[in-house]
Design a protein around this ligand. Structure first.
Ligand SMILES: [Cu+2]
Length: 244
């Protein structure tokens, strides 16, 4: 029990267990509103489970070294010369390499999975401008003219593809309840896809500092039943036609 390595291992284990439990207990995200959220939240939990013990390991070694090797009062001598430890260096390069590689592959698989395009997906154009979001929907009558609105309304059970543009500076289209965000960059169109599953109203935010009004660049998305979406779209299209 008195061997420093054993003590460090025991303290580290206890701190890791407490840290992982605390990290998993925290509600990091708002309630989820899309099917993809489950995989994303699981990925997040796995990252926490892997990274908390690594943080604890580093802190335990640092705290131990600070306590065990601090200079005694009046000790003006240099530390012992060290020539390195090849085995240790191989281990501390190889282990992180394996951990990061495995997590990268896992993250890539999840991203590939949730981004898979569904053939019947709904295309919604998103345009950012200082300091508001605008949206364009496919015309319900099949016409070329898009239906424009400042409201974001999407149906449940159907993949939505957001095609994101900006009229001025860089913004970032973020719906925390959908777990996804991407920059709106002048001159290019960026995308993300999600399948709304829970009816309700959720925040839409700009996640890129875009000017003085950045903090006011927020709105909401309404997730509704497919029939309600169709009715809303027809009404909005009719109103737009009326106004010319
Ligand atoms: Cu913005």
């Amino acid at each position: 029990m008195s061997h420093p390595l054993l003590r460090m291992a025991i303290y580290g284990l206890i701190a890791s267990v407490i840290g992982v439990v605390a990290a998993l207990w925290i509600d990091w995200f708002p309630p989820a509103a899309v099917q993809e959220a489950k995989d994303i939240d699981t990925l997040w939990d796995v990252l926490l489970i892997v990274s908390v013990p690594i943080f604890v390991l580093v802190m335990v070694v640092v705290i131990y070294c600070v306590r065990a090797f601090k200079a005694r009062p009046g000790d003006m001598g240099d530390g012992e010369p060290i020539h390195g430890n090849t085995m240790l260096e191989v281990v501390w390069v190889a282990v992180p390499f394996v951990i990061v590689s495995v997590l990268a592959v896992y993250g890539w698989i999840v991203l590939d999975d949730i981004e898979a395009k569904k053939p019947d997906r709904l295309q919604v154009e998103v345009r950012g401008q200082q300091f508001i979001w605008r949206y364009e929907y496919p015309n319900p009558t099949g016409g070329k003219e898009k239906v424009k609105s400042y409201d974001l309304v999407v149906p449940t059970g159907r993949q939505v593809e957001f095609n994101i543009n900006t009229d001025d500076v860089i913004h970032d289209f973020w719906i925390p309840a959908f777990r996804l965000k991407i920059d709106a960059v002048p001159g290019i169109t960026t995308h993300w896809r999600a399948t709304p599953s829970e009816k309700g109203s959720y925040d839409v935010l700009c996640a890129e500092l875009c000017g003085l009004g950045h903090s006011t660049m927020r709105g909401s998305v309404r997730v509704v039943a497919p029939e309600e979406y169709d009715a809303w779209l027809s009404k909005t299209a009719a109103k737009a036609a009326e106004e010319g």
